[in-house]
Design a protein around this ligand. Structure first.
Ligand SMILES: Cc1ncc(COP(=O)(O)O)c(C=O)c1O
Length: 397
């Protein structure tokens, strides 16, 4: 049987990571991989997470299965983190939340639930988007359509074209939106955009599916949730997939959540029962460790403040790397403008150089960037900024 299988193409990011690892140059820089790194180039365990782990080590008394929806304190804390402690929707019983194996698992549970509700469902995904959106959502069986999102020449959101396309979306279709820190562009919808899309969703009857994997890394924990909170207030139905990989640094612990907003509490119970059946079919129960840590942190004032301070440092470091990079490369002989990098949010932006220049960065300077020119701003630090900016300027000339 297995002889029928052909090898799959290597994921370009994994291929790039391997090439980076095998590059013997000491000065090499990895701007490809999508994880946060501190100024020493390390992806740290947050102190709040370490403290929560110490507590968990003492207090955990069983490794028995969790329930299918996962830890209820975690689910409550995540709903409050996403929607705000006092969001009126939390009192209505209209939100069903399940712990999920990372943001990816959350997206997949969301997709499978949509298919249970509507076997011929279509999801509209912006171009460009996180490259894993199509395999995760399309792989579940959803039909994929695209709407224009970003202009790589002007380095800005194509909002008018996006709205023109969304006006054509049939009632009952699903529209995927990035909650904040758009991956790969870094170009986020502003509050006016969110308000307009919310009105359109209401009048056209499409259902937004918000993927929020970077809450707190863009404009702050509250501001980053503007879009989803606005939509939760206004719309009868909404889906939210969240990830704690980046904002808690829990990448390998596979910690996320999926929330469904239904138009009544009765409907929400049915949705929850179906979502539990989806999870049961795929992985039964979610992994516990990361979610228990997040619950310990969010439910404890001291740990929560510690975490918020650490997250704020992460956010500020990324913002400062954006400014430093733009400042260092703005006076280039080719006159290329990089101001968009300073205007954008989160870990990513497009550098916007040509494929030939990108290849020269890799070959001549050992600087690894994915072919879309998406750079991870957190890969920049005080040790490599001089070398990086001089290298970029030299391939531009
Ligand atoms: C936009 C977006 N959504 C979801 C995810 C999934 O995150 P996780 O690692 O928690 O599966 C990522 C991770 O890079 C992402 O960038």
């Amino acid at each position: 049987m297995f002889e029928n299988l052909k090898p799959t193409k290597t994921d370009p990011i994994l291929g790039l990571m391997a090439a980076f690892r095998n590059d013997p140059r000491k000065e090499k820089i990895d701007l490809g991989v999508g994880v946060y790194m501190d100024d020493s180039g390390h992806t740290p365990v947050m102190t709040a997470v370490k403290s929560a782990e110490a507590r968990l080590f003492d207090e955990e008394h069983t490794k028995s299965y969790q329930s299918i929806p996962g830890d209820s304190l975690y689910n409550d804390c995540m709903m409050k983190l996403l929607l705000g402690d006092t969001h009126e929707i939390l009192k209505t019983g209209r939100v069903s939340t399940l712990q999920a194996p990372g943001g990816s698992g959350a997206l997949r549970v969301g997709a499978e639930l949509i298919l249970r509700a509507k076997t011929d469902a279509t999801i509209w995904i912006g171009t460009p988007s996180w490259p894993n959106h199509v395999p995760l959502l399309g792989g579940a069986g959803l039909s994929i359509r695209q709407y224009p999102y970003y202009d790589t020449n002007l380095q800005e959101i194509r909002f008018d074209e996006m709205m023109e396309t969304l006006k054509q979306v049939p009632r009952g279709d699903v529209v995927l939106l990035h909650g904040c820190c758009h991956n790969p562009t870094g170009a986020d919808l502003d509050p006016t955009h969110w308000d307009e899309i919310t009105e359109l969703a209401l009048s056209k009857g499409f259902i937004p599916f918000i993927d929020i994997a970077y809450q707190g890394l863009g404009k702050g924990l509250e501001a980053d949730a503007y879009g989803l909170r606005t939509m939760a207030s206004a719309l009868p139905e909404l889906i939210i997939a969240s990830s704690c990989s980046k904002n808690f640094g829990l990448y390998r612990e596979r910690t996320g959540s999926i929330s469904f907003l239904s138009d009544s509490s009765h409907q929400a119970e049915i949705v929850l029962s179906q979502a539990k059946a989806v999870a049961r079919q795929m992985y039964s129960m979610p992994p516990a460790h990361g979610a228990l840590l997040v619950a310990l942190i969010l439910d404890n004032e001291t740990l929560r403040i510690q975490w918020q301070n650490e997250l704020e440092q992460v956010r500020c470091r990324i913002i400062s790397m954006r400014s430093v990079l733009v400042d260092r490369i703005k006076n280039n002989s080719a006159g290329v403008n990089f101001d968009h990098i300073e205007r954008q949010s989160g870990m990513f932006s497009f550098l916007g150089i040509s494929a030939v220049q990108l290849e020269r960065l890799r070959k001549d300077y050992g600087i690894y960037i994915v072919s879309s020119t998406r750079i991870n701003l957190a890969g920049i630090n005080s040790d490599n900024i001089d070398y990086l900016s001089e290298s970029i300027k030299s391939v531009l000339s």
